[in-house]
Design a protein around this ligand. Structure first.
Ligand SMILES: Nc1ncnc2c1ncn2[C@@H]1O[C@H](COP(=O)(O)OP(=O)(O)OP(=O)(O)O)[C@@H](O)[C@H]1O
Length: 888
C-alpha cells in the first residue's frame, strides 16, 4: 500500500529484533546475563552471623497481596503478564459456512508450492480425520481462566496420556466467542493506554491454522483487532479539539526466512528494498502518516497482500512470516501541550507465524525451511518473553503487553495444543511492574529494574498425571528445541524454588532472631537490676563485717575487763576469807568520829602485788597523777613489802606494811598465813590487841573489819569504811606495831574490803576497811607481836574502801574504823620497822603528821560541805567501773 503522506517522516528506530539464531545453535537464555535474582545461589548474601543490629533496625516488610494485585492491576505494584487463550471453533462441518481462509483457498492455491503430497490422502483417511475432529480435546473452565486438555482415546491407550489442566490465563475465549468480545477484553485496554501515551503490544502465538491471522486482522465480515483498534484510535482523535495536534504513523513489516539467509526483513507498506538490522534497530522502515482509520485500513490491506503466505496441509493460507504492525502516536511540533512520552507511544500488534509439525504439514523444501524458521522464531519469542532484554520495557511495566494464544480444539490438534500450552505456561507466571511507571522510572538503574522482574513457577500445573508428549510425532529439530526449552524452564524453576526457600528461611530466621533479641534485652535489664542489688548487698555485708569486727573488739575488751574483774573479785574474796577479824562499825556514830573524811584525806595504800597489782595499775598511775594526797601503790614482783598508811584525823598516821610473799620464808602466795591475827575492836573499847602465833610461821594479823551501810530510798549513801585491824586514834598518837622475827620482821596491815551494794538502785558503794589494823581511841601504843621462827611478821591489813558514786558527783563516805582505837588526843602512830621500801609518800607521811581538820569536832557535815579530794573520787570511779564490768 502506498503511503499517502507526501513527506514521510524519517523512520525512527523503534523496533528491535534479535537476530535469528542458527538453526542448530543452542538457545541462548542461559548465555544471556541473568537478573541478579535469578542467578544461582552461591553468591547470594548469606546470614553469616547473628545480625542483631540489622535485625533490630530493619523491619520486615509485609508480603504483598498477590491476589489483590491481580484484581486491581492499576493500583498494584506488580502483575502477571496477561495471557489470553482463544479456542478456534472446530473445523466447520460440511455445509457450514466456510471461513475466509477456506474461501480464499482456491484463490491462493497458486501461492502454495510445492503441492503437499500429504494432501493426496485417501478418502478413507479424510473421513477418519473428519470424524475425529468432531470431538474437542479442550474444555474451557467456567471461570474462563483455565482449560483442561484431554488427549484422544488413541493416545490414552497407547501413550497412557492423561488429561492436563492449564490455568492462570487472564481470560479464555471459547470457540463461540466473537471478535468484538476479544477486542473488548484483550485489546481495548492496550488501546486506551496507548491513547493515554503508554506503549503496548499484542502478540498472537499458536500453531498454524489456529486463528491468529483471523483474530488479528479478521475478515471483512468479522474485523479483527487491528481494524477495531484503528477505529477506536481515530474515533477518539476525531473528538479531540485540535485534530492536527495528533498524528498517527503506521508501519508494517515482516520477518521471514529466505533460502541461504537466516532471515529477511521486508517493509510491507511499500515495495522498497529489504530492511536491515543495525544494532538491534531496523533501518529503512517507513512510517506512513495516517489521518483516519480508512487510510490505515487501506494501508494494512496492502501490507497483507505483500505478506508471504502459502498453502499448507494445515492452512490454505498459512502465514510464512512474522508480521508486525506499529501504530505510533505523533504530535505536531507546534503543539506545546504534547510531551515526549506521548510522541513515543507505540501500539504494536504482532501476528506470528504458527508453529508447524513437519509430519502433519508435510512441508518439504522451501516450506520446510520456512517451517523451521517459524518454529525457531516462535521459540525465540517465547524465550524473549521470559529472559531477553529486548522486551524489558514490557516486562518492567513501562509498556503494556498482552499475549494471545490460539489453539485448535480438534483431537488431531491435541499435540499442537499441548505443546503450545506447555510452552506458554511460563508466560502466565511472568510478573512485571505495573502501570505507574513513567519516564521517570527510566532513570532507575538497571540492576534495580531487573530485581523487579520475577519469574515464578515456570512449570505448568498438572493435576492428572505427568505430562508425556508424543515425541515421536514431533519433528526432530522441533523436538530438540522443545527439550532445550523444557530444560531451561526446569532450571529456572529450580532456581526459583531455591530462592523462595532461601527467602522464606531468611524471614523465619529474622523473626526468630528478633524474638530472641527482645528476650535478651529483657534479661539484660533484669541482670542490671540484679547487679545493682548485689552491689548494695555487698556493701551492706561489708558494713556488717566491720560492725562485727568492732563488736568483737568490744567483746574482747569486755572479756579482758571481765577477766581482770574476776581476778579482782577472786582476790577480794580471798581477802575476805582471810580476814578473820571484822570490825563492825555500825555502832560507831558519825558524831563520834568521821573517819571517812579523815581517810579520804590521807590514804596511803599499798596493795599487795599478787592480789591487785594487775587491775590496779591504772589506779596507781591515776592516783599518782591526780591524787597527791592519796597515793596507791602496788608492789611489783620483787617488792618486799607493801605499806599502807591510812592517816586520818584520829589516827595521825596509819602505815600498813605487808611482807612480800616472795620474801617471806615459807609464806609464798599465802595471805592466809599472814592474816592470822584479827582483832575486832568494839567501838566502845579502847584498845583491842590480837595476837596470834603459830609454830614457826606465825603471823600477827588483824583481819579487816567490814562495814556495810546501805541506805535505801535515798540517793545519798554514806559509807563508812573503817580500817580493820588498824590502830586509829582520834588524837594523833603514835601507833607502834612491833614485829619481831629472826632476820626480818615486818608489821603488815592487811587491807580490808567492804562491798556495799545497793538494791533497786544503781548506787553501790563499797567501803573497804582496812584489816588487821590497830585502832586506838586513846593515844596509846598498839603492839602487835608476831613471833615465829625465823620469819615472823605482824601484818596489818589495810582496809579497802570502794566508794561508788551514783548519779552524783558528791559522795559522802563515812569510814568507821573497825577494831580501831579512838584516841581523844591525837597521837602519833609509830611503825618503826614497817617501812622496807623508802617512799616519798611514806616518808612524807612520817614527816607530815596527819592533822585533824577542823570540821566541828567530828561532826558529820552535809554532803555538799564535806570535803572530798580528787584522788578519792578518781579511785572510786575506777573501782566503780570495775564493778560494772563484773555485772552480767
Ligand atoms: N474464531 C474463528 N472463527 C471462524 N473461523 C476461524 C476462526 N479462527 C480461524 N478461523 C479460520 O481458520 C482458518 C485459519 O485461520 P488463520 O489463517 O487465522 O490461522 P493462522 O493461525 O493464522 O495460521 P497460520 O499460522 O498458518 O497463518 C481461516 O480460514 C480462518 O478463517
Amino acid at each position: 500500500m502506498e503511503t499517502t503522506n507526501p513527506t514521510p517522516p524519517t523512520c525512527p528506530a523503534t523496533v528491535s529484533v534479535r537476530r535469528n539464531p542458527h538453526r542448530k545453535a543452542r538457545p541462548t537464555p542461559l548465555t544471556n546475563p541473568l537478573p541478579l535474582s535469578l542467578r544461582p545461589s552461591p553468591k547470594l548474601p548469606q546470614i553469616s552471623s547473628f545480625p542483631i543490629q540489622d535485625i533490630l533496625s530493619e523491619e520486615i516488610p509485609p508480603k504483598p497481596n498477590v491476589s489483590a494485585a491481580s484484581e486491581t492491576p492499576k493500583d498494584s505494584i506488580s502483575e502477571n503478564l496477561r495471557v489470553y487463550l482463544r479456542v478456534r471453533p472446530l473445523v466447520p462441518l460440511k455445509g457450514s459456512t466456510k471461513n475466509a481462509g477456506d474461501q480464499n483457498q482456491k484463490s491462493r492455491v497458486k501461492n502454495v508450492w510445492p503441492q503437499n503430497p500429504s494432501k493426496m490422502k485417501s478418502e478413507k483417511e479424510k473421513k477418519t480425520v473428519k470424524k475425529k475432529s468432531n470431538e474437542s480435546c479442550i474444555t474451557v473452565s467456567d471461570d474462563f481462566h483455565s482449560v483442561v486438555l484431554s488427549p484422544p482415546l488413541s493416545l490414552q491407550e497407547t501413550k497412557r496420556i492423561k488429561s492436563e489442566v492449564y490455568e492462570g490465563f487472564s481470560y479464555v475465549f471459547p470457540a463461540e466467542s466473537t471478535q468484538s468480545e476479544v477486542y473488548e477484553k484483550m485489546v481495548n485496554p492496550l488501546v486506551e493506554d496507548f491513547l493515554n501515551g503508554k506503549s503496548g503490544m499484542l502478540a498472537a502465538v499458536g500453531p498454524t491454522g489456529s486463528g491468529k491471522t483471523h483474530t488479528v486482522f479478521g475478515s471483512q465480515r468479522e474485523p479483527g483487532m487491528v481494524p477495531r483498534a484503528l477505529q477506536r484510535i481515530f474515533k477518539c482523535d476525531q473528538g479531540h479539539s485540535s485534530q492536527s495536534s495528533r498524528q498517527f504513523y503506521l508501519s508494517v513489516f515482516e520477518i521471514c526466512a529466505e533460502r541461504g539467509k537466516a532471515e529477511r526483513i521486508c517493509d510491507l507498506t511499500s515495495d522498497g528494498p529489504d530492511l536491515y538490522m543495525q544494532q538491534s534497530t531496523i533501518r529503512g522502515l517507513q512510517e506512513v502518516l495516517v489521518q483516519n482509520n480508512v487510510e490505515a485500513e487501506q494501508l494494512i490491506a496492502g501490507a497483507l497482500l505483500r505478506r508471504s503466505t502459502a498453502m499448507t496441509n494445515a492452512n490454505s493460507q498459512s502465514s510464512r512470516s512474522q508480521c508486525i504492525i506499529n501504530i505510533r502516536r505523533g504530535t505536531d511540533k507546534s503543539d506545546a501541550d504534547s510531551d515526549e512520552q506521548s510522541n513515543s507511544a507505540v501500539l504494536s500488534i504482532v501476528d506470528l507465524a504458527g508453529a508447524e509439525r513437519e509430519k502433519r504439514t508435510g512441508n518439504q523444501g522451501a516450506r520446510l525451511t520456512e517451517s523451521n524458521f517459524i518454529n525457531n522464531t516462535s521459540m525465540v519469542f517465547g524465550l524473549c518473553l521470559r529472559l531477553t532484554r529486548y522486551l524489558r520495557d514490557y516486562m518492567e511495566g513501562r509498556k503494556r503487553m498482552a499475549l494471545l494464544l490460539t489453539v485448535k480444539p480438534g483431537e488431531d490438534d491435541y499435540l499442537d495444543a499441548s505443546y503450545l500450552l506447555r510452552q506458554a505456561s511460563p508466560y502466565m507466571k511472568i510478573k512485571f511492574t505495573n502501570a505507574l511507571c513513567n519516564k521517570r522510572n527510566r532513570t532507575t538503574s538497571r540492576p534495580e529494574q531487573s530485581k523487579r522482574m520475577k519469574i515464578v513457577n515456570p512449570d505448568a500445573s498438572v493435576i492428572e498425571g505427568k505430562i508425556v508428549g508424543d515425541e515421536n510425532q514431533l519433528p526432530s529439530e522441533e523436538d530438540s528445541i522443545c527439550k532445550e526449552d523444557l530444560k531451561n524452564s526446569r532450571l529456572l524453576k529450580l532456581n526459583y524454588d531455591e530462592l523462595q526457600e532461601r527467602e522464606r528461611n531468611h524471614l523465619i530466621m529474622q523473626n526468630f532472631a528478633k524474638a530472641i533479641w527482645s528476650v535478651l534485652k529483657q534479661q539484660n535489664e533484669k541482670l542490671k537490676v540484679a547487679e545493682n542489688e548485689n552491689k548494695i548487698l555487698r556493701e551492706n555485708l561489708r558494713n556488717e563485717k566491720n560492725r562485727c569486727i568492732e563488736m568483737e573488739k568490744e567483746l574482747n575488751d569486755l572479756r579482758t575487763y571481765c577477766s581482770c574483774s574476776r581476778e579482782n573479785s577472786a582476790a577480794s574474796s580471798v581477802l575476805k576469807e582471810n580476814f578473820e577479824c571484822t570490825v563492825d562499825l555500825e555502832g560507831h556514830t558519825p558524831e563520834n568520829d568521821n573517819p571517812l573524811q579523815r581517810q579520804q584525806q590521807n590514804i596511803y595504800c599499798e596493795v599487795p602485788s599478787p592480789i591487785t597489782s594487775s587491775n590496779l595499775s591504772e589506779l596507781d598511775s591515776a592516783d599518782h597523777k591526780e591524787e597527791p594526797e592519796a597515793m596507791v601503790r602496788h608492789s611489783v614482783a620483787g617488792v618486799d613489802s607493801l605499806s599502807i598508811s591510812v592517816p586520818n584525823y584520829n589516827c595521825q598516821s596509819c602505815q600498813i606494811h605487808e611482807s612480800s610473799p616472795g620474801t617471806g620464808n615459807g609464806h609464798e602466795g599465802s595471805l592466809e598465813s599472814n592474816y592470822a591475827v584479827a582483832e575486832h575492836l568494839n567501838p566502845n573499847s579502847d584498845v583491842t590487841d590480837a595476837v596470834s602465833a603459830s609454830g614457826n610461821d606465825s603471823n600477827a594479823s588483824i583481819p579487816p573489819g567490814e562495814h556495810l551501810l546501805r541506805e535505801n530510798n535515798e540517793d545519798s549513801l554514806d559509807r563508812i569504811v573503817s580500817p580493820k585491824e588498824a590502830a586509829c586514834t582520834q588524837q594523833p598518837h603514835p601507833v607502834d606495831a612491833v614485829c619481831t622475827s629472826g632476820d626480818d620482821s615486818t608489821v603488815s596491815v592487811q587491807p580490808g574490803e567492804q562491798l556495799l551494794r545497793e538494791n533497786n538502785e544503781d548506787l553501790l558503794d563499797q567501803i573497804v576497811s582496812p584489816k588487821e589494823v590497830e585502832h586506838t581511841q586513846q593515844p596509846h601504843p598498839v603492839d602487835a607481836v608476831c613471833t615465829s621462827g625465823n620469819d615472823s611478821s605482824v601484818s596489818v591489813q589495810p582496809g579497802e574502801q570502794l566508794l561508788l558514786e551514783n548519779n552524783e558527783d558528791s559522795l559522802d563516805q563515812k569510814v568507821s574504823p573497825k577494831e580501831v582505837e579512838h584516841t581523844q588526843q591525837p597521837q602519833l602512830v609509830d611503825v618503826p620497822n614497817i617501812e622496807t621500801r623508802p617512799n616519798a609518800s611514806s616518808s612524807s607521811t612520817k614527816k607530815e603528821k596527819p592533822r585533824r581538820q577542823g570540821n566541828g569536832g567530828g561532826k558529820k557535815l552535809p554532803g555538799s560541805e564535806r570535803p572530798k579530794t580528787q584522788g578519792n573520787i578518781s579511785l572510786l570511779r575506777i573501782l566503780q567501773s570495775n564493778l560494772h564490768s563484773l555485772k552480767p
